[in-house]
Design a protein around this ligand. Structure first.
Ligand code: 6PG
Length: 498
């Protein structure tokens, strides 16, 4: 009797991302078994024309045990489960939205053998991934937490993947992950997927990807709002501006979709759809995590933080409507000088601010690597983000080159290419921020980026006064510029005055 067919990998969680990853894997020659807690989804998926066309390369399971039984050893099981799939967790995850993964791990453990691999492909807070990798390693199970970016289309055609966890698991999944991921390079020779590092490193890097995505989106929105309000550009004109920008150093997925958004009309009213959308931005939380973790590390990731706050203030729509009737500012005015010159300046403000945002993201990753004991290769990360993911952009090539030239680069702003780019953009950038302030147009991304730049390039900052105040009211002590290596010092500020 022929033995039952065994599959290369199992995937649990058949929402669109999960389905598309499965189809992508099969297209690349892998045999995949699938399972979903609501088992009707398994049957529905297998009944789709696309799934049926895959023949016996795809099989369904109606329980975790059945899924496990269908896999080649060592088994590889990828979880693409969403928070709403949550069932009571056996041990509380640090982040309750990730508790579903713990519940599945608890169910899987008795079914698996030593050396089998569990992969979490969701947007998980990295501390949960750190914990799970250690917990499972003690039980002989290899764990991977991987970022998967690119949305539904990316999952189907080639995502950017950022795996981290148990390094012994990497060779086992590498052929599958690198085959399905996006490819970049002159001949498409570089897969946008490589090993990031131990334990939660992959999920940390994916979180930074998302935080940088928040920054990019806010900066593009700053540009949009200034062009619309200071110059009065129409949606058609905005389309043309973003189309041109997308053929420059700003060439990126987010600029490209922004360009296209301005051309889409609402099927109901025939008017531009973007103008029908309520100006209250949602957020699932990865940007907030990056900001919280930046605070923990003491690294100034001000772009993502400002972007999270900008979404928060946008969501206070009712309050803003009330405040707009009460609080005054400059009356709606237009920029009076050369319009096309100003459009060029906004572009430069966007580019310079974007450089600051990425600089902050890489600084945070380097600080996290020290704190959590990972070895991160920043050039490699830039390459993984070059294709497939939401922040994919031509400009990431320059970042890779900068880290290749100096793997210990302290800050991207110090790399010759970026230093020159920001320097040449500076007058325009300042004029755009100044104009936004004069006209009363909020530009949180542009202005926080410029403040970061000015602070970072300042040999001296007014923190001497803060130290004096802290020492005055709380005897918190200070160090002296004229006595390096000595101290700390304290002054009795009240009595010394007399
Ligand atoms: C990706 C995206 C994705 C993210 C969404 C929603 O890399 O494909 O980053 O992972 O979840 O963009 O994020 P927010 O709801 O927080 O904006």
């Amino acid at each position: 009797m022929a033995s039952e067919k065994k599959y290369d990998i199992g995937l649990m969680g058949l929402a669109v991302m999960g389905q598309n990853l499965v189809l992508n894997m099969v297209d690349h020659g892998f045999d995949v078994a699938v399972f979903n807690r609501t088992t009707s989804k398994v049957d529905d998926f297998l009944a789709t024309e696309e799934a049926r066309s895959k023949g016996d390369k795809l099989a369904g399971a109606h329980s975790l045990a059945e899924l496990v039984g269908k896999l080649k050893s060592p088994r590889k099981i990828m979880l693409m489960i969403k928070s709403k799939d949550a069932v009571p967790a056996p041990e509380l995850a640090l982040y309750p939205e990730n508790a579903a993964v713990d519940a599945v791990i608890a169910e899987l453990l008795p079914l698996l053998d030593q050396g089998d691999v569990i992969i979490d492909g969701g947007n998980t807070q990295f501390k949960d991934t750190e914990r799970r990798t250690k917990y499972l390693a003690q039980r002989g199970i290899r764990y991977i937490g991987t970022g998967v970016s690119g949305g539904e289309e990316g999952a189907r055609r080639g995502p950017s993947m950022m795996p981290g966890g148990d390094p012994e698991a990497w060779p086992l999944v590498k052929p599958i992950f690198q085959a399905i991921s996006a490819k970049v390079g002159p001949n498409g020779e570089f897969p946008c997927c490589d090993w990031i590092g131990d334990r939660g490193a992959g999920h940390y890097v994916k979180m930074v990807h998302n935080g940088v995505e928040y920054g990019d989106m806010q900066l593009i929105s700053d540009a949009y709002w200034i062009l619309k309000n200071a110059l009065g550009l129409s949606n058609a004109e905005l389309h043309d501006v973003f189309a041109k920008w997308n053929e420059s150093e700003l060439d990126s997925y987010l600029v490209e979709i922004t360009r296209d958004i301005f051309t889409v009309d609402d099927p109901e009213t025939g008017e531009p759809l973007v103008d029908k959308i309520l100006d209250a931005a949602g957020a699932k939380g990865t940007g907030k995590w990056m900001s919280q973790l930046a605070l923990d590390l003491g690294t100034p990731s001000t772009l993502v933080t400002e972007a999270v706050y900008a979404r928060a203030i946008s969501s206070m729509k009712d309050q803003r409507v009330r405040a707009s009737k009460v609080l005054s500012g400059p009356n709606a005015q237009r920029y009076q000088r050369d319009k096309s010159e100003f459009i060029g300046q906004v572009k430069q403000a966007l580019y310079a601010s974007k450089i600051c945002s990425y600089a902050q993201g890489f600084v945070q990753m380097q600080a996290a690597a020290k704190e959590y004991d990972w070895k991160l290769d920043c050039g490699k990360i830039a390459l993984l983000w070059r294709g497939g993911c939401i922040i994919r952009a031509v400009f990431l090539e320059r970042i890779k080159e900068a880290f290749d030239a100096d793997p210990n680069l302290e800050n991207l702003l110090l790399a010759p290419y970026f230093k020159a780019a920001v320097e040449s953009a500076q007058p325009a950038w300042r004029n755009v921020v100044k104009t936004a302030i004069e006209l009363g147009i909020p530009a949180p991304g542009f202005s926080t980026a410029l403040t970061y730049y000015d602070s970072y390039r300042s040999e001296k900052l007014p923190a001497n006064l803060i130290q004096a105040q802290r020492d005055y009211f709380g005897a918190h002590t200070y160090l002296r510029v004229d006595k390096p290596g000595e101290g700390p010092f304290h002054t009795d500020w009240i009595n010394v005055k007399k």
